[in-house]
Design a protein around this ligand. Structure first.
Ligand SMILES: *Cc1c(COP(=O)(O)O)cnc(C)c1O
Length: 442
């Protein structure tokens, strides 16, 4: 491997000159430098100088079983010696078939068909297009609109951005996006004083019903992040909203798209978040954790009735969407190794114990005077920090690095979304150091 630079500073300068970094105002890196990472192991990332950082955000919510996981590495090495890639139109291979069969067995019943993409946004695009195309194929050509939740996030390509409600990501591209309506988010922080999360979720479902009543003839689908709206700042809500959404979508003939790109693969305490509402969506989107955080891969799972509406003699009735790397064998092998770990280590049960431990030791943090809205769903924790500083997110990020943590707050929301391999000692360190950081921010 070429290794031109031995120091942090050297790599940093070269990166700023040649790499345009995502989700960044490049100029801000003058004040808050990039962190050059050379290697990773378990929950830890290491820089050139040997300093370590606990990856509390799982490298943008993708890593499940630690960096350089030996079992995933071994599976990839094996695959690398067998078949690195073959196109999936006109060809097939064992890893993609096995992955599709295993996902079908694990997902909510009835999602028997897997369509692959390369990343989360492409899964959103696939689900939106497939939904609208289904209605077209079944003669309901007016059903071409979508609805989503207030503050929802479904990716940043133009189609996905049209159902994403994050002003910072959207405003510059308003002229390029077809405007879609949003309905109120059941975010339990917004409940009225004395109102339960469940009651608030039901109240939001009434608003959804009113919208569906009026607009269902033009609506193809309702897209939603089940249980936790990640980019909104880990907004958590009661599962009854999903149950009502499923009933209402059935009543009004509108598809339900469950975007489990962030919350799938065990993140909310069940393998899929929809399980907690006992519902089957019409489309289930998975990405991020599906390869354990190794390789880009996404999948949209759907029902047989939808699949059948495309099955015909005419080419144009088919779903002609494609990506060059659709169903890449290496990515599928990483996903299979990830599913193996879930089964072999009884990860869902183990995570319940880890979550209980973290909740117990976090008592001083949740009681800190600057901490508000402490909340937890599965392996996601979040809280808001009252702080006089306007640049709290950047300050917190910088303070965290000094304390061996990678924390990347969303506004004044600090969240933990650690790899599932985090140990009790590492959780102790995480909570202790975060408490110290919050003390310096509040
Ligand atoms: C990250 C994310 C996406 C987009 O995935 P990319 O791989 O970043 O394109 C879509 N929906 C949700 C809920 C996400 O968290």
């Amino acid at each position: 491997m070429p290794n031109h630079t031995q120091t942090n500073a050297g790599l940093l300068a070269r990166s700023l000159s040649a790499v345009w970094h995502p989700c960044s105002q490049m100029k801000h890196y003058q004040q808050f430098p990039l962190v050059p990472i050379t290697r990773g192991t378990g929950v830890w990332l290491y820089d050139h100088d040997g300093k370590r950082y606990l990856d509390t955000v799982s490298s943008w919510w993708v890593n499940l079983f630690g960096h350089c996981n030996p079992r995933i590495n071994a599976a990839l090495r094996d695959q690398l010696e067998t078949l690195e890639h073959v196109m999936l139109a006109g060809f097939t291979h064992e890893p993609v078939v096995q992955l599709s069969e295993r996902l079908r067995d694990l997902a909510p019943a009835g999602l028997g068909h897997c369509f692959y993409g390369s990343d989360g946004a492409s899964a959103t695009e696939i689900a939106l297009k497939m939904s609208a195309h289904y209605w077209r194929n079944t003669g309901q050509v007016d059903k071409t609109q979508f609805i989503s939740l207030k503050n929802g996030y479904h990716g940043e390509t133009l189609g996905a951005l049209s159902v994403t409600d994050v002003a910072l990501f959207r405003d510059a591209y308003g002229a390029l996006i077809r405007q879609q309506a949003t309905v109120p988010s059941p975010d339990s922080r917004k409940a009225a004083a004395g109102e339960s999360a469940e009651a608030y979720a039901l109240r939001c479902a009434e608003a959804l019903e009113q919208h569906l009543q009026q607009h269902h003839a033009q609506l193809a689908a309702f897209i939603i992040e089940p249980l936790v709206q990640g980019a909104a700042g880990m907004a958590m809500y009661h599962p009854v909203y999903l149950q009502r959404a499923r009933q209402l979508c059935d009543t009004y003939g509108v598809h339900l798209i469950a975007d489990e790109i962030a919350v799938g693969m065990g993140r909310t305490g069940t393998l899929f978040a929809c399980e907690q509402a006992c519902i089957t969506p019409d489309f289930l989107c998975l990405s991020k954790g599906i390869t354990g955080g190794y390789l880009p891969l996404s999948v949209v799972m759907t029902r047989d009735e939808i699949y059948q509406a495309f099955y015909a003699d005419e080419t144009a009735r088919g779903f002609l969407h494609s990506h060059s790397y659709t169903g890449n064998p290496l990515a599928c092998r990483a996903a299979l190794a990830t599913l193996d770990i879930f089964a072999q280590d009884d990860v869902i049960a183990a995570n319940r114990h880890k979550a209980a431990y973290l909740n117990e030791i976090a008592q001083p943090l949740r009681e800190h005077r600057a901490v508000r809205n402490w909340r937890n769903t599965g392996m996601i924790w979040a809280f808001e920090v009252d702080s006089p500083h306007r640049d709290i997110a950047q300050r917190c990020f910088a303070l965290a690095l000094q304390n061996e943590l990678l924390l990347r707050p969303i506004g004044n929301t600090i969240y933990f979304m650690p790899p599932y391999v985090i140990s009790e000692e590492e959780m102790d360190l995480l909570v202790e150091r975060t408490l110290k950081i919050v003390g310096q921010l509040g």
